[in-house]
Design a protein around this ligand. Structure first.
Ligand code: GLP
Length: 241
């Protein structure tokens, strides 16, 4: 595990964007696993800047997002579909047929999970999986539990997760109670994992995830078993490392 700590958000964003665009420059047909949340926004901004300079093209790239809320329309500003359009897809030359996000409004959610798993199987392997980290150690929306699910599945969000994400909504009541998420098995199958964490409020969970016991009660701790993980931290989130 290669843990890099940055003094500024700008440097962290440049490093994260550089790893992703560097991969796409050398492998234009790369399969990228993408994340949402507050953490990767600055990295997507840097990627768009690099694209605008003509230094990288996404036209042959395939993308798979980690997760999506259940039951809010795709055009709701806080849906992860809307997030990806706003922060990345609307600004680069990615082909929309090759961008994949679970459909949280599918009439049969179990079937939707099976469809997503099939797409992932067809793609064989994600080359780089970008990840943020939840305060309780969740990755994607894989919440702490006594057992974890390997493939895409429906999850009931923990209260702490809904509270953490309430900042994006008008009130906690608007935060969906369920989501679809790629499973930990799929995440760990990625060739490389890029975990990005910022902020003093994540220092303890960063320590638990990277240095603590490997346990399903902290899903991110399973990343310790992966052979190729790069972790980008700011000084605050890396305080205990
Ligand atoms: C969200 C997402 C995760 C994200 C995490 C941290 O709920 N489902 O993919 O990594 O929680 O979010 P943030 O970056 O906003 O702190």
């Amino acid at each position: 595990m290669n843990i890099l700590t940055f003094r500024s958000n700008e440097e962290l964003n440049e490093a994260g964007a550089g790893i992703i665009t560097g991969l796409v420059q050398t492998n234009p047909r790369a399969v990228l696993g993408l994340a949402t949340g507050g953490t990767p926004v600055g990295i997507y901004e840097e990627i768009v800047k690099t694209y605008r300079k003509g230094m990288v093209s996404f036209k042959s790239v395939t993308t798979f997002n980690l997760d999506e809320y259940v039951g809010i329309p795709e055009d709701h500003p806080e849906s992860y579909h809307a997030y990806m359009n706003k922060h990345l897809f609307d600004h680069v030359d990615v082909s929309r047929e090759r961008t994949h996000i679970p459909n949280g409004n599918a009439p049969e959610l179990e079937q939707e999970c099976a469809r997503y798993n099939q797409l992932l199987d067809d793609a064989k392997q994600i080359d780089l999986q970008l990840l943020g980290l939840g305060h309780n150690g969740h990755i994607g929306f894989n919440e702490p539990d006594h057992a974890l699910v390997s493939g895409t599945h429906i999850v009931e969000l923990k209260d702490e997760t809904r509270q953490a994400n309430a900042r994006f909504f008008n009130s906690i009541d608007e935060v969906p109670t369920h989501a679809l998420t790629m499973g930990v098995g799929t995440i760990l199958k990625a060739k490389m994992i890029l975990l990005v964490v910022r902020g003093a409020d994540k220092a303890e969970i960063v320590h638990r995830a990277l240095k603590g016991p490997i346990t399903t009660e902290c899903p991110a701790s399973l990343l310790q078993t992966h052979p190729h993980v790069v972790v980008l931290l700011d000084t605050e989130s890396g305080r205990l490392i």
